[in-house]
Write a protein that binds this ligand. Structure first.
Ligand SMILES: NC(=O)c1ccc[n+]([C@@H]2O[C@H](COP(=O)([O-])OP(=O)(O)OC[C@H]3O[C@@H](n4cnc5c(N)ncnc54)[C@H](OP(=O)(O)O)[C@@H]3O)[C@@H](O)[C@H]2O)c1
Length: 329
């Protein structure tokens, strides 16, 4: 395993990490979660990602039970939670979601209980909240750090401007700004990581914990001929994700991409993850898996990484046509 610094912080995070969105509680039970987290940890994964909203709290509870059973040294791993969406779904009352001081503190306390840990290593604002002053968010996160309940705070799917605004406020009050951002980054979705955040990386040194490196599985080629039973895009309630992901043009590109992986003698899954971590601004790519075979295949991305040279990158750019255009001046 390779470890990278999380932005300008001193925290070392494994280049591949493991997350629980969709899979924990909805698709897999405690025994599979235990097996997958064990495989990840044994391969050097030191970061496990979670959020209050995943399976409406049940995902954190499941991860908490596994962590308790594993009895790993608490100093050897990093665990996260994220607040914003709340965990009551449609029943959320006004202060049971969002980024107010009230919800951030209550969600943190609840995550600690569900995960059965004394502190969160990483705590994310799962989305920006236009109804809360940024000063309130920055002060609250620093309050939680002072209390020892969280160690680092960050954002997810914030714009570059919003992240810089949080840093401006932090600097004004001599507080700690966001250490990391959790953006989607895969061959289809490159704008933030390769364009919008460039100045943020340069000026404040943002760490990044990448989500959906496989675009929910699309980049493995598994949806090339329809939707296999038991896969994410077949789950009732995830039609919105299916509509967003299974676009004919995208599937066509993935079919052409197959040839690149084939010629390299690697899987599309491992190549897609290697493509993602080839970006030096990626601190860690969070893997998702519902089966042992998937996770073992995805971990091979570390072996594929040295093979991802300029010619491979160029072929991928040509097939997908998703490389952001930067201004020429
Ligand atoms: N901050 C945010 O807003 C946000 C949003 C989304 C996710 N996340 C985080 O990022 C993590 C990873 O995201 P993700 O789960 O969407 O990642 P992903 O890598 O894009 O998709 C993972 C899914 O693809 C399928 N898959 C994985 N490896 C495969 C393989 N080798 N062959 C065939 N199918 C394979 C599995 O689903 P099936 O077996 O069901 O097909 C697996 O659950 C999440 O767990 C979560 O922690 C954060």
């Amino acid at each position: 395993m390779e470890y990278r610094r999380l932005g300008r912080s001193g925290l070392q995070v494994s280049l591949l990490s493991f997350g629980s969105w969709v899979s924990f509680h909805k698709q897999i039970d405690d025994s599979i979660a235990d097996e997958l987290m064990g495989i990840a940890y044994d391969h050097g994964v030191n970061f496990f990602d979670n959020a209050e909203v995943y399976a409406l709290g049940k995902s954190e509870e499941m991860m908490g039970r596994v962590l308790k059973k594993k009895k790993w040294d608490r100093t050897s791993y990093i665990v996260s939670s994220k607040a914003y969406f709340g965990w009551r779904g449609k029943e959320n009352k006004p202060n049971q979601h969002g980024l107010s001081r009230k919800h951030l503190i209550e969600a943190c306390n609840e995550a600690l209980q569900r995960l059965q840990v004394d502190y969160l290593d990483l705590y994310f604002c799962h989305r920006p909240d236009k109804n809360v002053p940024i000063e309130e968010v920055v002060w609250t996160m620093n309050h939680l750090i002072q209390q020892g309940k969280i160690l680092y705070w960050g954002t997810s799917e914030w714009s570059g401007v919003e992240i810089m605004e949080a840093h401006r406020v932090a600097q004004a009050y001599r507080l700690i700004g966001p250490t990391m951002e959790q953006p989607e980054y895969n061959i289809f979705n490159r704008h933030k990581m390769e364009n919008e955040y460039l100045e943020v990386f340069k000026n404040v040194g943002l760490g990044t914990t990448i989500w959906s490196p496989l675009a929910s599985g699309l980049l493995t080629g598994k949806y090339n001929d329809g939707i296999p039973e038991g896969t994410r895009l077949a789950i009732p309630g995830f039609e919105w994700l299916k509509d967003r992901t299974l676009v004919e043009e995208k599937v066509k590109s993935v079919r052409a991409y197959h040839q690149v992986a084939h010629e390299m003698g690697v899987s599309m899954a491992a190549l897609s993850i290697a493509w993602c971590i080839n970006n030096p601004n990626v601190s860690t790519a969070i893997l998702g898996a519902t089966r042992k075979e998937q996770l073992l295949e995805n971990l091979k991305a570390l072996e594929v990484l040295p093979k991802v040279d300029d010619s491979i990158m160029q072929r991928i750019d040509e097939i997908f046509g998703t490389k952001p255009r930067l201004p020429e001046y």
